[in-house]
Design a protein around this ligand. Structure first.
Ligand SMILES: Cc1cc2nc3c(=O)[nH]c(=O)nc-3n(C[C@H](O)[C@H](O)[C@H](O)COP(=O)(O)OP(=O)(O)OC[C@H]3O[C@@H](n4cnc5c(N)ncnc54)[C@H](O)[C@@H]3O)c2cc1C
Length: 461
């Protein structure tokens, strides 16, 4: 049942788009390496807020990395709980970080407006299914801290039948409501009592690859004198000097005042710093690789868009030993044009993740493994309880590379050992809004704005 890596988002891209490869040595103000949503957003905001010339480079094709292989679920959540963010960074910095990524909703809308995009972007309420008291307490602890920091909470509703109601500490009393189990099941589209509580949050759906394609189309006309995109141009080496970088693209070079790495983090290249201490070995230990697996099937277009996640009923400790990595599954459902002018709903389901060994190469064309497929299929049949389950025809199965930073927060800012190098990377499983915010922050740095220290700052080792 193995299948090649086939993503529904790449399927919707324009295959006739002309592709340009770097044909001669070139010079620019800013070189951006990586044309996924991070690179494209960084180009967008630098071009908008400065008069710099920007060259965007990709070793493969525009938006064919994680950006073309995700769930397209827009959320300002982080890959760690707010409580853990507060432990790592303190309440003030954690809430500032959350507020900055929350602000990326507006940046995304602004990009849509400026580029006059008409591609689908739906916004609605998403739901997370919480199976145990431990999961509920985690959400409530987050909400308590959010209320202290005066930032938006995610509303929590608990079933009147939940067996643990009397164990919820009194300090959380104002932070949740009690509802019928049927209301929870309806929102999660499940049955039984496996999920005794639900958390609601702001969410949206977008094809981030199509978004990049359309933004690049806009940049290429709006800034034709200052913007170029070169694809199939892999950067093997970056040499950093005191006030310039030289990028080695095999037979050609690019000289730039500054270089921004939007590479997701984990591809094989070398950084040589001729103006300070070694960066290369540190950089490669800042980001570790992990492959996420998803599949998708088509349904009649008779239900509204949805985005939900389902925590697996393990404790945090037990979840660390789950062979397929992530302690939750996530699904999205949205209208999808598969053949021209024929719309369906597409339901996408993800969850399994497998770590790559240090510097191990991710193989894009690797077949979709049986183990990941069976894992997702079992979840769909058990939790979504589809009556016609044996008839599921998975039109798409795909996987993508996620670069994880050790603290699970995107790395955005200047390299402390040589500010000619900047980063907007570390895909971390949730990366659409953080990448967009990262693009904005990099443009502020490039234009010389003085920014307050943040949770995103690259640290000096
Ligand atoms: C299975 C899966 C599901 C996900 N689901 C969601 C979701 O629902 N919501 C969400 O917000 N996020 C999700 N994400 C994460 C999100 O997709 C990423 O955070 C985001 O796309 C990262 O964008 P990026 O531009 O940083 O990286 P990428 O899109 O991976 O782009 C990096 C680019 O850099 C290029 N590159 C790398 N090295 C070089 C080099 N040396 N020279 C030239 N080019 C180079 C690559 O070819 C690639 O195109 C998911 C990710 C995966 C894998």
């Amino acid at each position: 049942m193995s299948q090649t890596n086939r993503s529904p988002w790449i399927h919707q891209l324009n295959t006739d788009r002309p592709i340009e490869t770097l044909a001669s040595d070139t010079a620019t103000d800013i070189a951006i390496v990586g044309a996924g949503i991070a690179g494209v957003s960084t180009a967008f905001f630098i071009l908008e807020h400065t008069d710099k010339k920007v060259v965007l480079l990709d070793g493969g094709k525009l938006a064919h990395g994680a950006t073309g292989h995700n769930a397209g679920h827009v959320t300002s959540a982080f890959e760690l709980s707010f409580e853990d963010m507060v432990k790592d960074f303190g309440l003030e910095k954690a809430s500032e970080g959350q507020t900055l990524v929350d602000g990326a909703w507006e940046l995304l809308e602004d990009m849509y407006r400026k580029a006059s995009l008409t591609i689908p972007f739906s916004q609605f309420t998403g739901y997370g299914g919480l199976p145990t008291l431990e999961h509920v307490l985690e959400e409530l602890a987050d909400n308590l801290l959010r209320s202290k920091a005066n930032i938006k909470q995610n509303s929590v509703a608990i079933s009147k039948n939940a067996p643990y109601l009397s164990s919820i500490p009194a300090e959380y009393q104002e932070l949740y409501s009690l509802v019928d189990q049927s209301e929870i099941n309806e929102k999660l589209e499940t049955e039984g009592e496996e999920y005794s509580a639900i958390v609601s949050y702001q969410t949206g759906l977008v094809n981030s690859a199509l978004f990049c394609q359309e933004i690049v189309r806009y940049l290429s006309t709006q800034y034709k004198e200052r913007f170029s995109l070169y694809e199939h141009t892999f950067i093997q080496k970056i040499a950093l000097h005191e006030s310039k970088a030289i990028l080695d693209a095999g037979t050609k070079t690019i000289t730039a005042e500054q270089v921004v790495l939007c590479t997701n983090g984990f591809e094989n290249f070398t950084i040589l710093n001729y103006s300070g201490l070694d960066i290369d070995s540190r950089f490669h230990h800042e980001v570790s690789g992990c492959v996420g697996y998803m599949c998708g099937y088509l349904e009649p277009m008779d239900k509204p868009p949805a985005a939900r996640y389902y925590d697996i009923p393990f404790s945090k400790e037990e979840a660390k030993n789950i062979p397929t990595g992530e302690p939750y599954y996530y699904i999205t459902r949205r209208p999808y044009e598969y053949e021209q002018n024929k719309e369906h709903n597409i339901v996408c389901v993800g969850g399994p993740e497998f770590e790559l060994a240090d510097r191990e190469q991710y193989v894009k064309d690797f077949l979709y493994p049986e183990e990941a497929h069976n894992d997702v299929d079992t979840f769909i049949k058990k939790t979504l309880r589809r009556k016609e389950q044996s008839a599921i025809n998975y039109e798409f199965r795909w996987h993508g590379l996620m670069g994880y930073t050790p603290n699970r927060v995107r790395l955005i800012g200047s390299e402390p050992k040589n500010p000619v190098l900047l980063y907007n990377l570390g895909c971390n499983g949730i990366g659409i809004l953080p990448s967009i915010y990262g693009g904005k922050r990099i443009s502020q740095i490039v234009s010389g704005e003085k920014l307050n220290p943040s949770i995103f700052d690259p640290k000096d080792a």
